[in-house]
Design a protein around this ligand. Structure first.
Ligand code: NIG
Ligand code: FE
Length: 408
């Protein structure tokens, strides 16, 4: 039964909207005190005030939920994850804690290359069952849609295997998955020193198959010193756009290269990381439709300075937050930790953090028209908190406040 009436909601936080919110408007949460939401056949059909009579023809066909003393919010959207991978990298974490750097481990053949070896070896079923457990944990923290990238195969067969795992999971699991091809995550050892040849290989041999089999909506690239240059990233993303992909970019994560400006120039859905984004880069994003996706748990795990979230919002950017869940730089899917770090260290208000995980995250995956807020016509993706206000989300530091997740 995908019919629910959630009544007597002490605080109904709608995050109402159908596109990304920039700057000051990120503080508008569209709150209704003492509210009601109706979900019919998985879609939201009523949003308004609580009442004794219900705005439906056949109330018997509905589960009635009494949300007295509770806050009700749109489901969270984790718009940047690397969900499917083989193996783990716990040794590398210990090395980093002793002062080793993320890029030097990668340049020695570890890091992403370590996970590439393990993912090439892992079977479809092994990858799928591990990812399913991860999705269950995300769902318990209120996540109803997740973006997930390939990028741990680099060769054609393994990249397709990762994307097929995601497609199968999307069909079976209640959490919706937006898939992204990230073949441009690193230059494979087979192509070392020739990033151009590897990019040509992806565009010619891999991406047409992905389009044909409808295996990914978005395409992403790791634009970073020593990985893909801004010029190659620009060329690659424009070619991907021609093929019908929506665009994302890992930009200005470790070293400032100008990835944020590339993102705005090519019309990417999002520019992600941005720890080292320049004022020019921030201005370019503020004047574009590209969402600035910040991943505070990655800065925390890498012991780096946080992205300038406060400055970006003040400059008029549309900011989203995501976990970056992956086995290397940031092995956490914690929404509570993401919210805490965003508020405490990046100086977002609780309202901005909430917008960043809902409607702005929906825009970052190209779905602001169908998810990310409690508006009539959108999917019934809704969470109920254990507490009476959303303000507990950052205040109850690092703790899961979600009591119930309703998917469609
Ligand atoms: O978003 N920087 C590139 N990609 C990931 C890390 C992937 C990994 O270390 O396995 C990131 O941080
Ligand atoms: Fe990432």
């Amino acid at each position: 039964m995908n019919n629910y009436i959630i009544n007597n909601i002490t605080q109904l936080v709608t995050c109402s909207g159908f596109s990304a919110k920039h700057g000051r408007s990120m503080s508008d949460l569209g709150i209704i005190e003492n509210g009601m939401v109706v979900i019919s056949d998985g879609l939201i059909t009523y949003v308004g005030h609580a009442a004794d009579s219900f705005p439906v023809d056949n109330p018997d066909a509905y589960e009635i939920i009494d949300a007295t003393g509770k806050a009700v919010l749109p489901g969270f959207i984790d718009s940047h994850t690397h969900l499917v991978f083989g193996g783990y990298r716990e040794e590398e974490f210990s090395w980093r804690m002793k002062g080793d750097s993320y890029m030097s481990i990668m340049n020695r053949g570890g890091g992403i290359y370590n996970t590439v070896r393990a993912t090439r070896e892992a079977s479809f079923d092994t990858l799928k069952s591990a990812a399913k457990v991860r999705l269950d944990k995300m769902s318990a923290m209120g996540v109803t849609t997740v973006e997930a990238k390939s990028g741990y195969g680099l060769d054609k067969a393994t990249e397709l295997k990762q994307l097929r795992v995601l497609k199968a999971l999307n069909a079976e699991h209640p959490v919706d998955i937006v898939t992204t091809y990230l073949g441009a995550h690193a230059i494979p050892t087979e192509y070392q020193g020739d990033e151009k040849a590897y990019i040509d290989f992806m565009l010619r041999d891999v991406m047409p198959v992905i389009r044909e089999e409808d295996l990914a909506e978005c395409c992403d690239i790791f634009c970073e010193k020593g990985v893909f240059s801004t010029e190659e990233s620009h060329r690659f993303l424009l070619a991907a756009k021609e093929m019908g992909f929506q665009l994302k970019i890992h930009a200005d994560e470790i070293v400032h290269t100008g990835g944020a400006t590339v993102a705005a120039a090519v019309g990417a859905l999002s520019a992600d990381h941005l720890l080292q984004a320049s004022e020019n880069g921030i201005r370019a994003l503020a004047n574009s439709e590209t969402v600035a996706t910040l991943l505070p748990c990655t800065a925390f795990s890498l012991r780096e300075d946080y992205a300038k979230g406060r400055q970006m919002i003040d400059a008029g950017c549309a900011v989203a937050l995501a976990t970056d869940y992956n086995p290397g730089s940031c092995f956490t899917a914690s929404i509570p930790l993401t919210i805490a770090l965003a508020c405490i260290y990046m100086k977002l208000s609780p309202e901005e953090a909430l917008t960043a995980l809902t409607i702005n995250a929906a825009a970052a995956v190209g779905r602001a028209g169908s998810i990310g807020s409690i508006d009539v016509g959108k999917k019934g993706d809704i969470i109920m908190l254990e507490y009476l206000t959303y303000k507990f989300l950052p205040y109850h530091v690092g703790m899961n406040c979600v009591e119930r997740t309703i998917k469609s």
